[in-house]
Design a protein around this ligand. Structure first.
Ligand code: URA
Length: 213
């Protein structure tokens, strides 16, 4: 039983307990804490070095990630990679994960459309995210969007007022609040998309300072 102070919001009363990330992932392969495992192809666990100073947290795997079994390998992931590079963050030294570890979707004919995880699914999956953070002890966690922020800090902390800020709370690594890269992919107007992309890169530049040179 894990007795260390719990990372994450009050609802994550307990985290999984494992000696390292490999053991944690092996436990998560058998997760039945919510129903999402029944429909997804596979678990998509976090990836990256155990020495990562920065942990990037997204929402949940998408269609591509579900098939590949790896986080952020689809269009949002490619955009994230480019923006991290522009911001001077070395992605290969980051640990990349999601608030929810199984793809949630609605089947429309042959297509699987992304469906937002609900509060209960996020809360149940915080069991794994909290444990990932306890093992990694990162210098900074980047919350990519509202679901990640909710999973990390609970319902009281809202994205819009905190966006671009590094929040420092007791018993928690600092959290940089920013948008999810898929938001940029949905902006139709080119000028708007460019301006928002620049703002996202500016947010990520703050993360670069947490990575040793
Ligand atoms: N969006 C996410 O939040 N996570 C992924 O892994 C891919 C897309």
């Amino acid at each position: 039983m894990n007795v260390a102070p719990k990372l994450g919001p009050d609802f994550a009363l307990e985290n999984a307990d494992a000696k390292d990330l490999g053991e944690l992932k092996a436990q998560a392969e058998h997760c039945t804490r919510c129903d999402l495992y029944k429909y997804a192809t596979q678990l998509v666990f976090g990836e990256g070095p155990a020495t990562a100073e920065i942990v990037l947290v997204g929402e949940q795997p998408g269609d591509k990630e579900d098939l590949a079994g790896k986080p952020f390998v689809g269009p949002a992931g490619l955009l994230l990679d480019r923006c991290l590079e522009e911001a001077g963050v070395d992605r290969s030294r980051c640990y990349v994960t999601n608030a929810v570890k199984h793809f949630k979707f609605e089947q429309r004919g042959k297509r699987r459309l992304h469906s937002k995880p609900n509060a209960g699914e996020i809360q149940r999956c915080a069991w794994w995210l909290g444990a990932e953070l306890e093992i990694l002890q990162p210098k900074l966690v980047v919350a990519l969007g509202a679901t990640a922020l909710y999973s990390l800090l609970g319902p009281k902390v809202k994205l819009t007022p905190e966006r671009g800020h590094v929040l420092r709370l007791a018993n928690h690594p600092p959290v940089l609040v920013t948008i999810h890269p898929s938001y940029l992919l949905r902006i139709r107007h080119e000028d708007d998309a460019l301006a928002n992309r620049k703002k996202f890169v500016l947010d990520l530049e703050q993360a670069a300072a947490f990575q040793s040179t």
